[in-house]
Design a protein. Structure first.
Length: 141
């Protein structure tokens, strides 16, 4: 069972970021097959909402996911602020300034998601933020 779940997870991430024939082909899907959010979820027997990245992203400031911390600024911070607003209803100004209020909302989100609480947005927090913000039923917590 564990091996099956690992295989599903390994396939779900590339397909969720995909849509491109090259990525599909690298997973044994013929390059002529169009991999969409709906048919990727169907082929993997996952709910459509599980495959969430791509053009249907609720926040579209940038696709960049750098590490963010107090004092960071720019479109990646706006993206994170938008995700925080969607995921937990943080009511942040999406101004691109990672100040104390954004840091506090990040900590609140990390506690809610039961991940490392450090007030920084790294790979783990980005992953949870993008998934939660795009999930049906948001905001959570």
């Amino acid at each position: 069972m564990r091996r099956f779940l690992t295989a599903v997870a390994a396939l779900a991430l590339p397909i969720s970021l995909a849509g491109a024939p090259a990525v599909a082909a690298s997973h044994g899907i013929p390059a002529t097959v169009s991999v969409t959010r709906a048919n990727a979820a169907h082929k993997l027997m996952l709910p459509t909402s599980f495959v969430t990245q791509g053009p249907d992203d609720v926040c579209n400031y940038t696709s960049s996911r750098p590490s963010l911390h107090l004092g960071s600024s720019g479109p990646a911070v706006q993206q994170a602020q938008c995700y925080l607003n969607q995921a937990i209803g943080a009511d942040l100004d999406e101004d691109g300034d990672f100040g104390r209020v954004t840091q506090s909302a990040t900590r609140d989100f990390q506690r809610c998601a039961d991940i490392v609480v450090d007030g920084r947005i790294g790979a783990q927090t980005w992953s949870f933020l993008s998934f939660w913000a795009n999930a049906p039923g948001a905001p959570f917590c």
